[in-house]
Write a protein of this length. Structure first.
Length: 58
């Protein structure tokens, strides 16, 4: 959770982001990180982001 800024059409607007991430271990040092973020702008708009990736630990 924390503050941030977004730049749209040349304007910079403040926002607050709340998120969680969970790493699913596949074995042999491979992970699949799953993320969920909620961004709330102060003008009332919001966005929900869901992500998935592949990671290799060294």
């Amino acid at each position: 959770m924390g503050p941030g800024f977004i730049s749209e059409k040349g304007e910079i607007e403040p926002l607050v982001r709340i998120g969680v991430e969970r790493d699913l271990e596949l074995g042999h040092h491979w992970d699949v990180p799953i993320t969920l973020f909620y961004d709330k702008k102060f003008d009332g708009n919001y966005a929900i982001s869901i992500g998935m990736g592949i990671a290799k630990r060294f």
